[in-house]
Design a protein around this ligand. Structure first.
Ligand code: SF4
Ligand code: SF4
Length: 220
């Protein structure tokens, strides 16, 4: 988090202008930083002409790791009252141990948290559903992966709903569709029992195709 050295600050207002998150206010006699709004992007300290801003640690949550067999699960838990999850996601990513494969489950949409999660990935699977809302979000998410230069493929959930034709959209934009999971009550029932749908023999091929695409994009 930025910390302003009042003895160096000339109240020029640069930090306020560059902060996309309105986390800095420049008052007639001081600069105020609203830590709850800050995303820790570093722009203000980088662009302060007086070198008056330093970055200090701020405890905003914790990184948790659990192990089960050969799998490790890591996640971040925000402290109650903290609003910006991006720095915590960055910290979770920085703590990931070296291993053969890392799968990151991203937040939906295209907010900073999703962008931070996708950044640096070898490949990204965009899970969507054939609804107007799903297609709208897919278009935005695709734009993000293209800007971040991360190869993307689409996985259609609830395939069979009478909505927009996701396959047609993907064909027109040259994005591979690596799987379709039908809208089927038994899937929801298995999910609510805690069963893994990937272990259902009906969908073996679907999930293998998804895995093979991701591994080949990652050069494995
Ligand atoms: S950019 Fe630096 S000098 Fe200018 S108001 Fe912000 S802290 Fe002060
Ligand atoms: S680190 Fe980024 S988000 Fe935080 S106050 Fe500075 S410019 Fe704003």
């Amino acid at each position: 988090m930025p910390q302003v050295d009042a003895s160096k600050c000339t109240l020029c207002g640069n930090c306020r202008k560059v902060c996309e998150f309105h986390a800095i206010a420049v008052l007639p006699k001081e600069v105020m930083v609203f830590k709850e709004l800050c995303h820790g992007c570093g722009a203000c300290s980088m662009l302060c002409p007086e070198d008056a801003i330093t970055e200090v640690d701020h405890l905003m949550g914790e990184v948790i790791m659990a192990e089960g067999g050969v799998l490790k699960l890591m996640y971040g838990r925000l402290k109650v009252g903290e609003a910006a999850a991006t720095p915590l996601i960055r910290q979770v990513k920085a703590t990931i141990p070296e291993g053969p494969i890392t799968i990151m489950d991203c937040p939906p949409g295209t907010a900073c948290t999703a962008v931070e999660s996708i950044k640096g990935a070898d490949a990204c699977v965009l899970v969507t559903e054939p609804t107007p809302f799903g297609l709208h979000d897919l278009k935005l998410a695709l734009e993000v992966t293209r800007k971040l230069k991360v190869p993307a493929a689409v996985f259609v959930n609830k395939h069979g709903l009478p909505g927009p034709d996701i396959q047609q959209f993907c064909d027109a934009h040259k994005i591979p569709v690596v799987g379709k999971l039908p809208i089927d009550r038994s899937i929801a029932e298995a999910y609510s029992r805690g069963a893994l749908i990937a272990e259902d023999a009906r969908f073996n091929t679907t999930f293998k195709k998804l895995r093979d695409w991701a591994l080949s994009e990652a050069g494995r």
